[in-house]
Design a protein around this ligand. Structure first.
Ligand SMILES: NC(=O)c1ccc[n+]([C@@H]2O[C@H](COP(=O)([O-])OP(=O)(O)OC[C@H]3O[C@@H](n4cnc5c(N)ncnc54)[C@H](O)[C@@H]3O)[C@@H](O)[C@H]2O)c1
Length: 262
């Protein structure tokens, strides 16, 4: 099993879904984890379920002062910071002709601005001279939608393509400037979390598929591994990228999609 003993991790959007699974898997691998989310009650419960060496911090990823406070709190609670998982995200389904500017702005803010601010403040904290100061790992959660064209998720897909490109430039800067921080992303396939199940329901409601089950069947049909993804599939990939087993993996987008995006 991958050993992350002594590593200190912050997981955004950790109150439910993939983030909850990632926090749990990092903790089981030995890391001490701070769960960060706008959902305080759920996030605190997840942290409590992980055990006493783990914690919760309120974080709105779109707000820079919230990031400053969260990184300060996490480094204080954990005694440093080695791993940031920028997992918080939102998907609002819409055909292009029905796009709502407020929904577009929300997705841009949470998915792109949130990831950028998180990476900025992780760099400031983890780079030499920062409050944590010993380098580390940033893992951004993009999506298979950054690599394929699935209908009714145009803006969401655009935000995840942005996360993918941002990841690569951030990895390059970190390397060139001697920060000692690897930056990678994963591209999850469809996982039936609240978001994933919601997407299947939405595309059926729009009329693109006869039912949510038909939408899921279409996704599985595009997937060589022949099934949907699981929370565990995504969490395992995050643990791997966070570990020293991935020490020469930098600036990549790792598909964790059963081959759907190839
Ligand atoms: N589920 C899928 O099929 C799938 C596929 C590909 C990529 N992803 C990506 O994986 C990530 C997690 O998705 P999920 O399925 O667990 O979604 P989810 O909706 O179940 O959970 C998202 C979490 O993010 C939190 N969040 C939302 N806005 C926030 C903000 N401003 N600040 C802090 N936290 C905030 C929510 O409170 C929630 O806990 C997202 O980035 C998503 O885009 C999911």
């Amino acid at each position: 099993m991958t050993d992350l003993s002594g590593r200190r991790a912050l997981v955004t959007g950790g109150a439910q879904g993939l983030g909850e699974g990632m926090a749990g898997a990092l903790a089981r691998a030995g890391a001490h984890v701070v769960v960060a989310d706008i959902q305080d009650d759920l996030g605190a419960k997840v942290a409590e379920s992980l055990g006493e060496r783990h914690g919760f911090v309120h974080l709105d990823v779109t707000d820079e002062s919230s990031w400053q406070a969260a990184i300060a709190s996490a480094t204080d609670q954990l005694g440093g910071l080695d791993i940031l998982v920028n997992n918080a995200g939102v998907e609002i389904t819409s055909l292009v002709v029905d796009l709502d500017p407020a929904d577009i702005t929300k997705m841009l803010n949470i998915n792109i601005l949130g990831t950028a601010l998180g990476t900025k403040h992780a760099f400031l904290a983890m780079r030499p001279g920062g409050v944590a100061g010993s380098g580390g790992v940033v893992i951004n959660v993009a999506s298979v939608s950054a690599t394929i064209a699935f209908p009714a998720i145009s803006i969401y897909s655009a935000t995840k393509s942005a996360v993918d490109r941002f990841t690569r430039v951030a990895a390059m800067e970190s390397g060139k400037l001697g920060y000692g921080i690897r930056v990678n992303s994963i591209y999850p396939g469809l996982v039936p979390t609240e978001m994933g199940a919601g997407l299947a329901a939405d595309v059926a409601q729009i009329g693109l598929f006869g039912s949510p089950d038909e939408a899921v069947a279409a996704v599985i049909d595009l997937t060589p591994s022949g099934r949907l993804g699981t929370v565990e599939d995504m969490a395992d990939a995050v643990v791997f990228l966070a570990s020293d087993q991935a020490k020469f993996i930098n600036g990549v987008g790792l598909p964790v999609d059963g081959g759907m995006g190839m």
